[in-house]
Design a protein around this ligand. Structure first.
Ligand code: NI
Length: 157
């Protein structure tokens, strides 16, 4: 495994729409593994492929320590409710902002082995998946947030 460089806001690569993955093969698995390592090294809870310059529809997430998700060609549906919280992003280092997200989502997509998986998630995991999925369409949380501000000690991170 290897750490990858994370692209930062202002780089046009983060604003492009990603293409679907044709096949989950060893090349894709290597990228996913690198993404997990890179996410953890950076102290994040999610990382989408375009953030490391790979324009394919896939992301990794770890909303709780040890609870790792890999999603390839994800689709979110059955969006319900609303929750608001402060978000950050590894591509917008040093800032947080307040974002409204669905309280509950259904998410389907391929896993690291190319098998279809489906989850109904609510609360924080629903926020993380929604945030990462937006990256695949070139959307950053700062597009939706209010009160984007530098992180202070009070924000915790
Ligand atoms: Ni992000």
């Amino acid at each position: 495994m290897a750490l990858r460089n994370i692209f930062h806001e202002g780089d046009p690569i983060l604003r492009k729409k990603c293409r679907e993955v044709d096949k989950v093969d060893d090349r894709i698995r290597t990228i996913l593994d690198d993404m997990i390592e890179t996410m953890r090294d950076a102290g994040g809870v999610g990382l989408a492929a375009p953030q490391i310059g790979i324009m394919r529809r896939m992301f990794v997430a770890e909303p709780e320590p040890g609870e790792v998700y890999c999603f390839v060609n994800p689709e979110i549906s059955d969006v319900e409710g609303m929750q608001e919280s402060d978000e950050g992003c590894l591509s917008v280092p040093g800032y947080v902002g307040t974002v409204e997200r669905p309280e509950r989502i259904r998410i389907r997509g391929l896993d690291r082995d190319g098998n279809m998986q489906e989850y109904v998630l609510e609360g924080f995991p629903a926020i993380v998946m929604s945030h990462e999925n937006d990256h695949l369409d070139g959307i950053l949380y700062i597009d939706k947030a209010r009160n984007v501000r530098p992180v202070t000690d009070e924000d915790g991170e």
